[in-house]
Design a protein around this ligand. Sequence first.
Ligand code: ZN
Length: 76
Amino acid sequence: MPDASNQRKNVTYSAPVGSIDLAAEAEDGTPYEIWPCHDCLPWHAEVIQDGDEVAVREWHAIDCPQFQGLVNGAAG
Ligand SMILES: [Zn+2]
């Protein structure tokens, strides 16, 4: 039986995407590993520099549950 919770979500390559900026490393300098998103197809990432800080900008389909979690986590 298909997962009904995914049926309304648009996570295809043509889905609208949104971005979130994440730290590239922990406070002690340990780099974070970045894994491709399993929940949306248009996922990709950019490395960006903000002053002396290096960050990672992840792009997901706006409907991606991972993206929703990141956005809600960042906001809350
Ligand atoms: Zn995603």
